[in-house]
Design a binder for this molecule. Structure first.
Ligand code: AGV
Ligand code: CA
Length: 316
């Protein structure tokens, strides 16, 4: 289909805000979503595949292909986090939606990315809200396809703030999407791509708290708000210490595709990724030695909130 819309592949890892990012993406009129690839990171693969297919069905977008990832990082997510998305599939709207697997491709996520980049005449942007393993594998095996990548928008990293990894052998400096596969992230930052990194530095201002849930609940007559309120409610039992509190992480990264540029502030930084203990996965400033990356350093809380609330005032 000939279109002037911006072409996007969405790679997510099945978490609750990953799935809400898919919902948000499907409301964007100027985006041509070519496919959804799944990283089995902050989820179990079959749960995330089911939720993804059902969300596409709810939007009548079964034409969008879905590819499952087969790569696993060295630092697995906590199993109780990986089980969170099971709640999503148990919600009435999801249970009442029939599972249709016809949009599933037999290609792995990285092979699907390769195929799309090879076949497209236009450049493609990659939005990633989980670890970056699928994209990195695709570009390692086909380096010539780097030129086909327009921009990478990645929810990941923590630069001038502490991270959200709390493990025995870690100093707490890393963000989980980078930590899961730090080797892939280290390679990603050496590929010379144009990268927008939506780091904890910016997302910290938007925790999923009661006032936020109340604001969504107040507009629950709109089907998207009803669904989003239920999805986010499932995150509220996260132990309320910083490392565990849920934030508007992936949704903020996704919003970068259309939100007013004044809502999220970016700064160019030269970054590298540590692959060693005790700060494995830390996105470190590395003057003279790293890759220049546009890092989201802060966000206008009200503008992002208004945007999200407005976008969810509609049906499927
Ligand atoms: O570090 C944020 C990333 C986001 O992509 N994920 C969750 C989001 O999808 C990992 C994560 C950090 N803390 C978490 C996470 C928590 N308390 N529960 C589940 N996932
Ligand atoms: Ca995620």
């Amino acid at each position: 289909m000939l279109t002037n819309k911006r072409k996007v592949i969405f790679d997510h890892d099945g978490g609750i805000d990953d799935l809400l990012s898919l919902v948000l993406l499907l409301t964007m009129e100027d985006i041509d979503l070519l496919g959804v690839t799944i990283t089995p990171a902050d989820c179990f693969l079959e749960d995330a595949t089911e939720s993804t297919l059902k969300i596409l069905s709810l939007f009548q977008r079964k034409d969008i292909k879905v590819a499952k990832g087969n790569l696993y990082g060295v630092n697995p997510f906590h199993y109780d986090w990986r089980a969170q998305p099971k709640m999503v599939n148990a919600l009435p709207t999801m249970l009442a939606t029939e599972l249709d697997t016809s949009a599933l491709t037999s290609l792995s996520a990285s092979d699907f990315i390769i195929q799309q980049l090879q076949e497209s005449e236009d450049k493609i942007s990659i939005l990633m809200t989980g670890p970056c393993s699928n994209l990195v594998k695709a570009l390692e095996t086909h380096p010539e396809l780097k030129d086909k990548v327009d921009e990478v928008i990645w929810m990941g990293g923590a630069v001038d703030v502490k991270g959200n990894v709390a493990m025995h052998n870690h100093d707490g400096s890393a963000e989980w999407n980078v930590y899961w596969d730090p080797y892939a992230a280290n390679n990603l930052f050496k590929m010379g791509l144009t990268i927008k990194l939506v780091a904890l530095d910016a997302t910290n201002c938007l925790p999923i708290d009661m006032p936020f849930l109340k604001a969504i609940a107040a507009q629950r007559d709109f089907p998207l708000s009803e669904l989003a309120g239920q999805f986010w409610a499932a995150t509220i039992t996260s132990i309320p210490s910083y490392e565990y509190t849920y934030h508007l992480w992936d949704v903020m990264a996704t919003s970068c595709l259309e939100i007013d540029a004044s809502a999220i502030q970016f700064e160019k930084m030269e970054l590298d990724v540590s692959i060693q203990e005790p700060n494995q996965g830390h996105t470190i400033k590395s003057p003279g030695n790293g890759q220049w990356i546009d890092v989201a350093v802060s966000a206008d809380r009200e503008k992002v909130l208004d945007y999200v609330l407005k976008k969810f005032r509609r049906g499927f």
